[in-house]
Design a protein around this ligand. Sequence first.
Ligand SMILES: [Zn+2]
Length: 93
Amino acid sequence: MPFECRGCWHVWEEDYVVRRSEDDHGNEGEVWLRAGLRVPPPSSGALCPHCGCEHATTFPDGYLARHPELIPPAEPVVPDATPLLSPVPRPLY
Ligand SMILES: [Zn+2]
C-alpha cells in the first residue's frame, strides 16, 4: 500500500495484509498484519520513515504505477510475485 507523508512528501510503500474478522458478538473488524505481526491500521497514523511525521496519507493501490516518478530510484530488491516497473534505459543514439 503506498503512503505519502504530508510533512515532507516522502512516498513509500508498505505491505499490509488486511483480514476481516468477526468477534463473538458479530462485530466485524479488520486485523492489519505486517510481516505476520498484528499492527495498528495505518489510517491511525503511519510513521514516515523519512521524517517520523505521523501525518501520512495512503494512496489507492496502483497509484504509484501511474506515478513512477514518485518511487525512489534505489530500492532494495525484494522477491515479489508482482511484476516490477523497471525503467529501461534509452539508447543514446
Ligand atoms: Zn515525512
